[in-house]
Design a protein around this ligand. Structure first.
Ligand code: TYD
Length: 211
């Protein structure tokens, strides 16, 4: 039975998610919560192999459906091996990207249709959905400019149009799931963004753990 709290972090490439993840982790550590920090694609040996495959610029020929299924496969493994057991132990799980990334990158960016991508991913996660999702909202052009051109992976190297579609997808997700998704303006300073995150997080932790 799931007793922990599942938090996913989402946003365009370069939105500062990873920096915020480190800050959230420190905050929860200080409060004494038992936490599991993980990321997608990856988080398991099989998942990290899939990560290398999907992000490698060498594979320009990768079919969009194959890409969507690979992300979903990595996710299924991740849920079974890492996320579910951690939630059953009662951990707070913080996951850098989860199902919404597939819906927006493959569903919107690759134009595969969000319904279909949602369906294959619902199969992959088998009911294990985040309780809460922080969506770091930043104009994708600003995000992309933050990543050094030489260091961009296969997805990050996509055209601006792709990234605009991804962002549009995120805005839709925020509208569709207002109970779960908390949009945070990621244009401010790291401290300001962190403060906003903590404000929401504190409330949710109080609700759940009565602390
Ligand atoms: P990563 O280096 O982890 O990017 P970031 O630091 O921005 O999270 O690379 C993950 C890339 O894979 C990123 O461009 C988003 C993309 N992605 C998908 O297209 N679909 C997915 O389901 C996931 C999890 C990631």
């Amino acid at each position: 039975m799931k007793t922990g709290l599942f938090i996913s972090l989402e946003g365009p490439d370069g939105s500062g998610k990873s920096t915020q993840l480190t800050r959230i982790k420190s905050f929860l550590d200080e409060k004494g919560y038992s936490i599991t920090v993980t990321r997608e694609p990856g988080g398991t040996v099989i998942g990290e192999k899939i990560r290398r495959l999907v992000l490698d610029k060498e594979y320009a020929e990768m079919d969009n459906r194959a890409e969507a299924l690979l992300y979903a496969a990595a996710r299924a493994q991740h849920v079974t091996e890492v996320i579910k057991p951690a939630l059953e132990r009662g951990d707070v799980v913080i996951c850098d990207r989860f199902i919404d990334s597939s819906i927006v990158y493959q569903g919107y960016g690759r134009n595969l249709g969000w319904q279909q991508v949602k369906e294959i991913n619902e199969f992959a996660v088998a009911g294990c959905m985040p309780d809460l999702t922080f969506l770091f909202k930043l104009n994708p052009e600003i995000g992309k400019a933050r990543i050094d051109a030489g260091e961009r992976d296969r997805l990050e190297s996509e055209e601006n149009e792709f990234h605009q579609e991804v962002f549009r997808g995120y805005e839709e997700i925020e509208k569709l799931y207002p109970q779960r998704v908390i949009g945070i303006d990621a244009g401010g300073s790291v401290d300001d963004i962190h403060e906003k995150v903590i404000w929401h997080l504190d409330m949710i932790l109080k609700e759940k753990y009565d602390t």
